[in-house]
Design a binder for this molecule. Structure first.
Ligand code: TUI
Length: 314
């Protein structure tokens, strides 16, 4: 069983697994390792300065000759400049998060860059399909970082019914069972974020990897509801402080307290006052492994489940 889909065809990749575009986490090293492992590696731009993202794209091109992409976080103030640079440098694919990429679609498509927007709702997915998106990533609220309201279980089949282009399921998928479940819902690919945080090639602080491996089922919480940009994180001192500010409906204070805290976590390893963005699937991550091994484990697990279910249905 090879699990080839319209997505593997579209992107020219071996396995229908794309890596989440995690800011301060998904560097060129991780992206290249995922691409070399047969998936689609993604550099997470977040608020990265343009020159640094350019260097990251060039580094990834040195580390892999396979397709890879960039995730553009649309809330960043210099997003226009980042898009212009990505158009200059050229990458195989762009995933977008935290907004509507409509404004950039024509210029990206004109350069032959595949555009895979993240949509947390059916209405946005339909709109993005109508202006040329190549596939839609439906991200459920099990995911880490900034999330929508729906779960992967209900969002995925609704997207599959609503659009003709391939749907990639995201949020809560960390192993072959999750991938098989996503395929059962009609997805043609999966996006995996949290599990790749514990890839050997992921350059985040080792204490954060250890915290993810220790995580239990109820260890994440959604904070920042008062700001209109809810964010799932592993609970710590910072998340408790933000929850208090949310309760008092103080969005400006939440933004102020949260500033710079993702870097404090991922770069500096601050377990208490860093923003430990990770999905609910953190509880299912048990080891630090090479990215290629993670991909093969997910693939063989999915194939085993799908084969077993096929036999059961005979
Ligand atoms: O973007 C993500 N995950 C992220 S972005 C991020 S940085 C950040 N930090 C604090 C506050 C806000 C951002 C950390 N994690 N995932 C993809 C995603 N996209 N989740 C939700 C959305 C989304 C939300 C609204 C996509 C489109 C959208 O459209 C609204 C509109 O304009 O129609």
């Amino acid at each position: 069983m090879a699990l080839r889909t319209r997505l593997t065809e579209l992107l020219g990749i071996e396995y229908p697994i794309i890596q989440g575009g995690m800011a301060w986490t998904a560097t060129a090293e991780l992206a290249a390792a995922v691409s070399n492992g047969g998936g689609l590696g993604i550099i997470g731009a977040g608020h990265m300065p343009t020159a640094i993202l350019r260097d990251q794209i060039r580094l990834a091109k040195q580390l892999t000759d396979k397709p890879f992409g960039v995730n553009l976080m649309l809330l960043t103030p210099h997003i226009d400049e980042l898009v212009d640079m990505v158009l200059e440098e050229g990458v195989h694919a762009v995933t977008t998060g935290a907004g509507n990429p409509g404004k950039y679609m024509d210029s990206l498509m004109a350069k032959g860059i595949k555009v895979l927007p993240i949509a947390p709702s059916v209405a946005l997915a339909k709109r993005l399909e109508s202006i040329g998106a190549d596939a839609i990533i439906g991200e459920g609220m099990e995911a880490g970082g900034h999330i929508g309201e729906l779960t992967t279980m209900v969002l995925t089949p609704q997207l599959v019914d609503a659009v003709q282009i391939p749907v990639i399921a995201a949020g809560g998928i960390a192993d072959g069972r999750g991938m098989a479940a996503a395929f059962a819902l009609g997805a043609e690919g999966v996006q995996v974020g949290t599990r790749f945080m514990c890839a050997v090639e992921c350059t985040i602080h080792p204490d954060i990897k250890a915290r993810i491996i220790k995580a239990k089922d109820r260890d994440t919480v959604v904070t920042g509801n008062s700001t209109g940009h809810p964010v799932r994180v592993i609970k710590n001192k910072l998340s408790k402080m933000i929850e208090e500010l949310d309760k008092d409906n103080r969005p400006e204070a939440v933004e102020e307290l949260g500033a710079g805290k993702l870097a404090a976590a991922m770069r500096d390893g601050d377990l208490h006052m860093g923003s430990l963005m990770a999905g609910q699937a953190a509880a299912m991550v048990c080891a630090i492994q090479p990215a290629a091994e993670i991909i093969l484990e997910i693939m063989s697990g999915a194939e085993e489940v799908l084969g077993r279910l096929g036999t059961l249905a005979e």
